[in-house]
Design a protein around this ligand. Sequence first.
Ligand code: ACO
Length: 381
Amino acid sequence: MNDAGPSFGLEDVTVAQTRLSSIDGEEGALLIGGYPVEDIAPNATYEEELYLLLHDSLPNAEELRDFQADLARRRSIPDEVASVVRRAAREGRPAMDALRMGLAAVTLSTDLGDPSATEAKALRVVAAMPTIVAAYWRFRQGADPVSPRTALGHAANYLYMLRGEEPSRSAVRGLETYLNTVIDHGLNASTFAARTVVSTESDIVSAATAAVGALKGPLHGGAPGPVLNMIQEAHDRGNCEEVVRARLDAGERLMGFGHRVYRARDPRADVLSAAAEEFYAGAGRENVFETARELEAVGSRLLAERKPDRRLETNVEFYTAVLLHGIGFPAELFSPTFAVSRVGGWVAHALEQKRNNRLVRPVARYDGAEGRTWTPIGERE
Ligand code: ACO
């Protein structure tokens, strides 16, 4: 034990029951609403997968139409939210801070602060997130926000609001596959934060805002930016091995490799790798995908040599960087785009927690001083 005491990360501690997603870290398998991620993510729309999480079954055509309309009509944000986001953009605040501030202010427009978490409120939170992120990005570019279009699907509308023009089908498919792949992943830190907030019978905006705060940290959602830097450097230098060796020799970790839960390959890396390959094949852009593939092989080989006892392969963040970059996302928007997807998991968990709630209240082991007696300030050394 060091001075700070042992560290507790709640590994392997079961704190909730869920039917939303299931992770098998040994086998490298992920089920979302019972479907293997590699089956559902490249085929579903984001709305279908969100419906699945909220209703535990896929919608039929009529249910999907109604659900899409319900979500789409909740996209607009009030002027006050836009003002907060504009100020954040002007002050150069990080996108995740702008999202946290904008989302918290969404309560101004509706009764979202009411603790009776319902599906309607959950949809409002999910629908508002892309609008807030896109508004921030437009302000950062010195442009005006683009109003959402209800005729477009969730993913297409997000791209439309970012760029002001209708996106290509391949860009929408690529983004949709990404959003579907990361929508839920067991009790990760942000999802646990959301469930904890709801367990106090607080409201759903508070839960989602707390979750954004948790996701902001580099240990949770921050790896794709550094991954892209590494791939870009290898691409520009035309030499993956040199770039990987330099990082490992300097004692750095290879970003986009390894995972706390997966002891086999992260199945999401396969889904996103396939999506990226498909996207780059049709995009005619500078092909960092080939470099990424090479870097993946070199990285896995060198990590296996240096850490023979551990299986360190690419994780979800590696191909997230490749795919989102290909679609045209700046690295600054990688984390907020992760949030735009994961909010579906947050609200589904919040509603699940509410249905069978018990206040989350773990204990800490006390190892501080005991038996001290009060000393007036004048008598203290
Ligand atoms: N590069 C080099 N070495 C690594 C890496 C890596 N990416 N990952 C783990 N190791 C090594 C560690 O140095 C350590 O070696 P040691 O025992 O000789 O000290 C050993 O493997 C175990 O490391 P831990 O941190 O205990 O392993 P853990 O499974 O908890 O780590 C983590 C998981 C934090 C993701 C780690 O693999 C890492 O830092 N990866 C790079 C950052 C990254 O890609 N993060 C995104 C993860 S995906 C997500 O969270 C959504």
